[in-house]
Design a protein around this ligand. Structure first.
Ligand code: NAD
Length: 317
């Protein structure tokens, strides 16, 4: 298949494009580098320039709101994986327009451009954030949606638009709701996620900022397992929604203790108390995805954390 990945230069998109190329697909990475580092992305890719993968990969620098460039880029494409999005919750609270403009308007332009270019299939990167504070655990795909912040609202809006284009234009739409991805390559600016921030603090022997005394429960999914879910759903059709999680609820304090074991010393903590708007506990049921596609999360939390620490050590050296 020829697959265009919007936001394909980012943390998760880079892993998806590698797996698609490794499975023989052709990949177009479509990214405006608004939140990823262009020079390190290009230098990573030039290191692979002699491989077969490179021959099946094209990089297009562009914004999803540029419909002309997008329609041209979509020529001959079989499927789109739509990752391009701003993702920082706190920033979305301060500047909601930025999030609605980039995420929701961007998705509208993409869907319209797909119709105009005759592309019939979309895999959309959604998030567990669309569930808000869940009524029961584990979370199933038919749980009610609730936006706790403008980023979550933008993700719900993007999902609903995808559904509307399935109904009005017959697009095949597969929605993947990620739980908490982590792993090598995660280096957002700003970084708001626990695991990379804990590892960076650990490597620099700084204290780790901790809310709720680390009692919050999350479902951490290793990025390569998350990426393989995209390959697994590429042949599905219709309108389908799947959770992608490891299906294990883990306290943040347990992550900290595991990282202390890996580092070989106890990480110090700065207690930041409670934080308004935080969800206390969420973890997925990914039974639907497992049973529909045979996908499974293969990398244990201990192994995933070790690989992630190794990656950050290399980055620092
Ligand atoms: N990382 C997480 O914890 C997480 C959790 C749930 C869902 N998601 C979703 O997964 C997707 C990817 O997340 P990530 O962690 O890889 O983020 P990332 O910031 O590393 O990657 C996003 C990429 O999209 C690009 N981009 C943003 N807006 C664009 C636009 N208008 N046009 C073209 N390119 C644009 C950025 O330059 C960046 O390379 C996002 O849709 C996000 O909402 C992420």
């Amino acid at each position: 298949m020829k697959v265009l990945i919007t936001g394909g230069a980012g943390f998760i998109g880079s892993h998806i494009s590698k797996q698609l190329l490794d499975s023989g697909h052709e990949v177009i990475i479509y990214d405006d580098f608004s939140t990823s580092d262009k020079s390190s992305f290009l230098s990573r890719n030039s290191q692979e320039s002699e491989t077969n993968n490179e021959k099946r990969r094209t990089i297009i620098e562009g914004n999803v709101k540029d419909s002309k460039l997008l329609i041209n880029s979509l020529t001959g494409v079989d499927a789109v994986i739509h990752m391009a999005s701003f993702i920082a919750v706190e920033e979305s609270v301060k500047d909601p327009y930025k999030y609605i403009d980039n995420n929701v308007l961007g998705t509208t332009v993409l869907l319209d451009s797909m119709v105009k270019a005759g592309v019939k299939k979309l895999v959309f990167s959604s998030s567990a954030t669309v569930y808000g504070e869940p009524e029961s655990l584990p979370i199933l795909e038919d749980a009610p949606l609730s936006a706790a912040n403008p980023y979550a609202a933008s993700k719900i809006g993007m999902e609903v638009l995808c559904e509307a284009f399935n109904k009005t234009h017959g697009l095949d739409v597969i929605i993947l709701r990620y739980f908490n991805p982590y792993g090598p390559g995660e280096n957002h600016r700003p970084e708001t996620h626990a695991i990379p921030n804990f590892i960076k603090a650990g490597l620099e022997k700084k204290v780790v900022p901790l809310f709720w005394k680390g009692e919050q429960v999350r479902d951490f999914i290793y990025v390569e397992d998350l990426a393989s879910a995209h390959v697994a759903v590429l042949n599905l059709s219709g309108y389908q929604v799947f959770n992608v999680g490891s299906e294990a609820g883990v306290k943040i304090i347990d992550i900290l203790n595991k990282l202390s074991d890996i580092f070989g010393y106890k990480l110090g903590v700065e207690d930041l108390g409670e934080r308004a708007g935080d969800v206390m506990a969420n973890y997925a049921s990914s039974k639907k995805l497992r049973e529909t596609t045979g996908w499974e999360a293969k990398v244990s939390l201990d192994e995933g954390l070790r690989k992630t620490v190794d990656w950050f050590k290399l980055l620092k050296s």
